[in-house]
Ligand binder design. Sequence first.
Ligand SMILES: NC(=O)c1ccc[n+]([C@@H]2O[C@H](COP(=O)([O-])OP(=O)(O)OC[C@H]3O[C@@H](n4cnc5c(N)ncnc54)[C@H](O)[C@@H]3O)[C@@H](O)[C@H]2O)c1
Length: 343
Amino acid sequence: MRILVAGGAGYIGSTLIPKLLERGYSVDVVDLFWFGNHLPSDVKIVHKDIFELTTEDLAGYQQVVFLAGLSNDPMAEFAPSKNFIFNAAAPAYLAYIAKKAKVKRYVYACSCSVYGYTVNELYDETRPAVSSYPYGISKLQGEQAVLSLMDQDFSVISLRKGTVCGYSPRMRLDLIINTMFMSAIKDGVITVNNPSIWRPILSVQDAASAYIRAIEAHEKVSGIYNVASGNYTVGEVGDMVKQAIAKELGTKVRLNIQHIQDYRNYKVSIAKAENVLSFHPQDDVRRIVLSLVENKARFEDWDNPLYYNISTLKELEAEAAQNGRRARAAIADGTPLGTEGRL
Ligand SMILES: NC(=O)c1ccc[n+]([C@@H]2O[C@H](COP(=O)([O-])OP(=O)(O)OC[C@H]3O[C@@H](n4cnc5c(N)ncnc54)[C@H](O)[C@@H]3O)[C@@H](O)[C@H]2O)c1
């Protein structure tokens, strides 16, 4: 089976793709490589924006997986118009040309952020999704658009994922457990911004399993699935990370508890993913911390902007603005235009 993964060079993709190759799939990746390339060398790379793809480019793929876009709230709030284009329009356009190219299944990377602020009830996929912030709204718009294309010949599976954490070859340190781990090792402190709010946590290994289950689900399966390794309050996560670090590294860490209001609070039921996709998470907070301990030497350059999506986006925006100024000057001078930036 040939699979195209859009945004496959990112944090989730760089864990998922080696597993897909191991299972014998032929995998190509289309990506803008904002955070570099940490993929195995036998993956075919297409260095393009999703919007540059045509129906012809998608011919011959049986499945398309969407893992692209601006993948957190700070990015969405920094560049709201770009957020709606990359998170809502891009998955819609890609699904549209995939269906025209007779692709059989489209798997969409949604997020539990679509649930917004719930009052401590366990949410299944039938509960209202009512985020009022750009990231959550755009992820829901992307989901609604791709699901509207679903029919008996075009399966669409949307995975509403909890916050993904753990070690991945393309590393992120802006995700709850990874951030706590970094500040614990670097500064000896874990800051908990609001101990009472709920978050579904998903290890990146379990996330990859969920994509594999979706790709390998019966051809008639479609729909929305919550995916998480477990639901925890942020205070509980802080305690568990602290304990795991003490046990694994013998390091004593201080907790800094704050009470800052958050606009996201949700816990989700994964019963549908268990029943229909046979998704059974294997990890918990301790095992996520263990993956970080084991791979620590690979990301100890803690301040590398590539580990923080918002820092990289700001650099890319500055680069794009500089290129724009150069292009306008070149047009004014009548000199030929150079290449554009990475954004
Ligand atoms: N990481 C999480 O906690 C989490 C949770 C829920 C949902 N998600 C969703 O899962 C997906 C993947 O998340 P991630 O953490 O791997 O993200 P990431 O930021 O690590 O990777 C995104 C990748 O997409 C590429 N990209 C972005 N826009 C593109 C475009 N228009 N054309 C081509 N390539 C493009 C980037 O270069 C990058 O390699 C995202 O859609 C995100 O919204 C992530």
